[in-house]
Design a protein around this ligand. Structure first.
Ligand code: ATP
Length: 457
């Protein structure tokens, strides 16, 4: 059977780094097993879901390097969910309830005071046809609950109440269905809660592995029961830990914190985001991994820890820095061109500066330094100014290349007796206006003789 996974966000905002972790875990799992990745939008909440958010999510996934094999929208599949409802009703495991939220709350309090678990007491199962007719006459509409197979105390139905699964992240997991209320699958207004559409789709789309955040662990027992009620074998489950902000706050699409779009706009490389989103909160070392297939090799669901993990965006810059250091010009070229870094000098400039920058756009600073007059005269004392003047008088004739620096500084050394920092630092300041940066041997031919002479202090 082909391994089939899905990523199922609601298109109600921009995805954040936590959502990206789920998407990446699924993508890497599919890569590892030569499987399929389904992008499925949980857009049954028609009021909050928007196509523009779905498009933005697809864009973010592509940017990260995730290319779904199939894209589905739950809002286009209501007929499937309606059919499943009819099957469950016919099987007698979906029953109408008429309680208002206030009535349910009152019952819950009474159960608690009686030291009973605060779950739904299935009172609706005992309603007579007359009582139902009376509710309907009042204008009440039913919501529909799924009858969980948890009748352990009923000798006529000796069903085990505990449901277990082997979680590919968390290991053995057990949920006692007796501790749960029969879940509502359909609301009064006929709309669906997340549970039924998700299970119906997983069955019909042949999902073999459900990999998602551990915010869903408690739903899994109910879902396994629902798979069985619909005549299907449940898939394998894997629940990974959630990512939080550095201060430990949860993430939500609604707040926009740590959104993939904001990290992209900030100039962070996709593989820096992917590396940190996947390796944080695992026993793996955190480092920038260059390609998705290398990350797939590093990815091990069993190495994921069980507790929530803090996502520190400051670490992204370190990873970004090391990715840029190794990035060939061909990969940076288009983005540099958009930033105005084009022409013959673009490649040598990139190769000169890539080890000294945190973000691609930082190359522009160096592009200006080699191409435009320096904005300010360098900060040199009188002695150094005299030294630099003399040194600039020794600049060789063009053509210049990488060896020119060596040739020039050898002559300066011989003429002045200076060496080391005393020799180089004033030259660096005069050439670039900065006390640190890329190799001067690389920058010198890019600045060129004419502009160098213009910088003679
Ligand atoms: N902080 C997080 N860390 C890791 N995974 C998360 C995090 N938040 C959500 N997920 C996972 O992302 C997937 C999509 O979830 P969903 O669309 O419900 O996102 P959400 O951000 O939790 O929702 P909301 O739109 O309510 O903010 C789910 O599998 C969920 O487990």
């Amino acid at each position: 059977m082909t391994v089939t996974v899905r990523f199922a966000p609601s298109p109600t905002g921009n995805i954040h780094i936590g959502n990206a972790r789920t998407a990446l875990f699924n993508w890497l799992f599919a890569m590892k097993h030569k499987g399929r990745f389904i992008q499925r939008f949980d857009d049954t909440d028609l009021a909050r879901s928007k196509q523009e958010y779905a498009n933005a999510i697809l864009y973010d996934l592509h940017w990260l390097g995730i290319y779904p094999d199939q894209t589905e929208y739950q809002s286009r599949r209501f007929d499937r969910y309606d059919a499943a409802v009819e099957r469950l009703k016919a099987a007698g495991v979906l029953y109408p309830c008429y309680e208002t939220p206030e009535e349910l709350e009152l019952r819950r309090k009474i159960r608690l005071s009686q030291k009973l678990p605060p779950v739904y007491g299935r009172e609706a199962l005992a309603l007579t046809p007359d009582e139902v007719a009376a509710f309907e006459a009042e204008g009440r509409k039913p919501h529909w609950r799924f009858l969980l197979p948890n009748f352990a105390d009923d000798p006529a139905n000796p069903v085990r109440t505990e449901l277990s699964w082997q979680d590919i992240v968390r290991g053995d997991e057990t949920v006692d269905l007796a501790s749960l209320s029969d879940p509502v699958l359909v609301r009064e207004d006929g709309t669906y809660l997340y549970t039924l559409p998700s299970v119906v789709d997983d069955i019909e789309m042949g999902v073999t592995h459900v990999i998602r955040g551990d915010d869903h662990v408690t739903n899994t027992g109910v879902q396994i029961a629902l798979f069985r009620a619909l005549g299907a074998e449940p898939p394998t489950f894997g629940h990974h830990n959630l990512l939080t902000t550095v201060s430990g706050e949860g993430l939500s699409k609604r707040t926009g914190a740590l959104s993939i779009a904001s990290l992209r706009d900030d100039g962070i490389e996709p593989m820096a985001v992917a590396s940190l989103a996947v390796l944080t909160g695992t026993s793996e070392n955190i480092e920038a991994v260059g390609t998705m297939s290398e990350l797939a090799d590093r990815f091990d669901p069993a190495a994921v820890s069980k507790s929530a993990a803090k996502f520190d965006p400051a670490e992204l810059l370190t990873l970004n820095h090391s990715l840029l250091h190794a990035m060939p010009f061909s990969e940076a070229q288009d983005r540099l061109a958009v930033l105005g870094v084009t022409g013959d000098k673009a490649e040598p400039l990139w190769l000169a500066v890539r080890g000294n920058i945190d973000k691609v756009q930082d190359a522009v600073t160096w592009w200006r330094i080699i191409n435009e007059p320096l904005p300010e005269a360098p900060d040199l004392d009188d002695e150094d100014r005299e030294y630099v003047r003399g040194a600039f008088d020794l600049l060789p004739e063009e053509p210049w290349d990488r060896s020119t620096w060596q040739q020039w500084t050898a002559a300066v050394k011989e003429a002045t007796g200076r060496k080391g920092k005393q020799l180089f630092l004033p030259l660096r300041l005069a050439m670039t206006g900065r006390s640190s940066g890329p190799e001067l041997a690389e920058l010198l031919p890019l600045i060129g003789r004419e502009e160098m002479l213009a910088r003679r202090p």
